[in-house]
Design a protein around this ligand. Structure first.
Ligand code: SF4
Length: 222
């Protein structure tokens, strides 16, 4: 896209600080059902689901965990079976060797350092083996205390298209969003963008004519 066109589009929609609240309000009104797509019944199941969701779909994870959570209910259960058995039980989520190793390492640390409970602080979650920033952010947000903003592929694409960041690196994108999005919305904001990204602002072919924020978006094609 030529620079002059981008500049003109940014000028037309106005500064991001003035647009962020209407963007959030309209997306909330459009997607009152926006929430995490993973199925879980407690903190431990949430952590396991999010760890398994790397490089696969939420639908796939839900299919696997429906059986998994009947067999593995406590951290001890993940350590009581041979690693190969756990690998077989999570095989369909892909990268099963790394994931099994990470799950067992995490369960051992939960037992040793956190009395078998899932910690809520981001810093503690990040100590768990195989738990990266995105996973920690999803877990802390779902547990009711978001301490950052989840940046996945949809959040990254939409934040860029909406002119909320010019960064490419997820950590820098998160930092830009934290400065912009009201703290009270840190938990819901990624779900709004993910839902909008799946239904309307599709990666290859955004449906700008049907988009509720197209007058606030510098990348709008209408
Ligand atoms: S106007 Fe188009 S590019 Fe912008 S957010 Fe909506 S669908 Fe995405």
């Amino acid at each position: 896209m030529p620079r002059s066109y981008v500049h003109e589009a940014r000028r037309r929609v106005g500064p991001k600080r003035a647009r962020i609240l209407p963007i959030i309000q309209r997306l909330k009104a459009e997607y009152p059902d926006a929430k995490i797509a993973l199925h879980y019944g407690n903190d431990l199941e949430l952590l396991v689901s999010v760890m398994l969701s790397a490089q696969t779909t939420d639908v796939n994870v839900n299919r696997v965990t429906e059986r998994l959570f009947k067999k593995y209910k406590r951290p001890e259960d993940y350590l009581a079976v041979p690693e190969e058995e756990l690998e077989r039980d999570i095989y369909a989520t892909g990268f099963y060797r790394q994931k099994a190793k990470a799950l067992r390492g995490t369960m051992a640390m939960l037992l040793q350092d956190f009395d078998g409970h899932v910690p809520r602080r981001l810093d503690d979650l990040l100590k768990l083996p195989g738990v990266a920033r995105k996973t920690a952010n999803v877990v802390s947000a779902e547990l009711g205390d978001p301490q950052g903003i989840v940046v996945d592929t949809h959040v990254r694409r939409l934040s860029q298209r909406l002119g909320l960041t010019r960064q490419e690196d997820p950590v820098k994108i998160e930092r830009d969003l934290q400065r912009l999005v009201p703290r009270a919305d840190w938990g819901i904001f990624p779900h709004l963008l993910i839902t909008h990204g799946r239904r309307i602002c599709i990666a290859r072919d955004p449906r700008c004519a049907d988009c509720v924020v197209n007058d606030l978006c510098p990348s709008s094609r209408v």
